[in-house]
Write a protein that binds this ligand. Structure first.
Ligand SMILES: Cc1ncc(COP(=O)(O)O)c(C=O)c1O
Length: 384
């Protein structure tokens, strides 16, 4: 029998499956994967029930390839209102199956075999897989703790004639870093001088704390035409299982993305698009409570870790905390993570698999604090 696609054979089963099984076996509190252990708001869930029950406008049948118009319209208005960005709902907005499909379709739309793609590590794990499936070459640049800044010389050296795309993720999973204006300016200038596209993964756009402000890369001079802005509502509404995401890009890039989307998934869950379109109309009021609740969770868990003698790094955004482990153990991240599951009954993520170049990840654990307050308090008690 002939072999399967040789690119796939380079993909290993992630450590997360093993850890999830171990966590289940030890009945551990799960602070590993990035999703809430509570439901999204009742009114958002009700909007989905209504959309299915009413069946209006064929809501239980295929949706249009590009996504339903009402959702594209409301998104277009949000980008104008929040960021002063103009995206045409007809030619520049595409609804995808979560940000993950948006990333995959955008990379396939842009990358030819041999093209280089710069990624910051630690990275969201779908980037490397998508780049490799497109025949591209991932070129990592490390964000070193504790501030997770990149080294300017390393970033400039990563750009060359083969560079087609850079992937930026801000607010950043897993470090909680929000890229600041001067970093974004520097990256944008490199993109322009090397004629490079930018895929800007902004799924945590509304999850920033204190004075940290999210700035979409597309707002920087001459960047809108070369940037694919990607986001989704999984994190914002706490419904990660709904997988409603999107891309915002120029008509030319959007056309290419839609062609990949057309022959991959064709379209996205219709009633949930209707529910999200309706829910997004209440976005601004909702965000006030949303930020307040997550700021409280961050502070609760961060100070709890400090009281236990950890030296966590305060996230500027996202719902993750990166925590150095050297003052607690001689073990590396994967082994320490297993020890915490077995001995303390708390599951976390060992970040070393989010790196290609550096061993930095071995020195941290990632905690997810998108959990009920009582879950966070129980986890802290168990970690004692
Ligand atoms: C940085 C980043 N990008 C994309 C995604 C995927 O988003 P979605 O669930 O909308 O596919 C995640 C989910 O954890 C993420 O952390």
């Amino acid at each position: 029998m002939k072999n399967v696609n040789h690119v796939i054979t380079t993909f290993k089963e992630s450590i997360f499956a093993t850890l999830t099984n171990l966590a289940r076996e030890h009945n551990a509190i799960n602070l590993s994967q990035g999703f809430p252990d509570f439901d999204g708001p009742d009114w958002v869930i009700q909007n989905a029930k209504d959309a299915i029950a009413q069946g209006a406008q064929g809501s239980n049948q295929y949706a249009p390839l590009q996504g339903i118009l009402s959702l594209r319209q409301v998104l277009s208005k949000i980008y104008k209102r929040h960021y002063d960005l103009n995206y045409c709902e007809h030619t520049e907005v595409t609804i995808t199956n979560g940000a993950t499909e948006a990333i995959f379709s955008s990379i396939l739309a842009l990358i030819n075999p041999g093209d280089e793609v710069i990624i910051f590590e630690p990275f969201y794990d779908s980037y490397v897989a998508s780049i490799k499936l497109a025949g591209g070459i991932p070129v990592p640049v490390t964000l070193h703790g504790p501030r997770f800044n990149y080294q300017t010389d390393k970033l400039s050296e990563a750009f060359n004639d083969k560079t087609k795309l850079i992937i930026l993720n801000s607010p950043h999973n897993p470090t909680g870093k929000v890229f600041n204006t001067s970093e974004l300016e520097e990256i944008s200038k490199l993109c322009i001088s090397h004629d490079t596209f930018c895929l800007s993964d902004e799924v945590y756009e509304f999850l920033t704390f204190n004075s940290n402000v999210h700035q979409p890369m597309a707002t920087f001079p001459k960047m809108k035409e070369r940037t694919i802005t990607i986001s989704s509502t999984g994190k914002t509404f706490g419904v990660t299982g709904w997988k409603i995401g999107w891309t915002m890009a120029s008509p030319e890039i959007t056309y290419a993305i839609r062609m990949v989307h057309q022959f991959n998934t064709f379209c996205v869950n219709h009633p949930l698009q209707i529910a999200i379109a309706k829910s997004l109309q209440e976005l601004d009021e909702y965000l006030i409570l949303f930020k307040k609740s997550y700021t409280k969770k961050r502070d609760l868990f961060f100070s709890g870790l400090e009281e236990l003698g950890y030296l966590p790094i305060k996230p500027q955004g996202t719902y993750f905390i990166m925590c150095p482990i050297a003052n607690k153990t001689k073990l590396k991240d994967v082994d320490y993570c297993m020890e915490l599951i077995k001995k303390k009954g708390v599951a976390t993520i060992p970040p070393s698999s989010f790196y290609m170049l550096s061993n930095d990840g071995e020195n941290y654990l990632r905690f997810c604090f998108a959990k009920k307050d009582e879950t966070l308090k129980t986890a802290l008690l168990k970690l004692k």
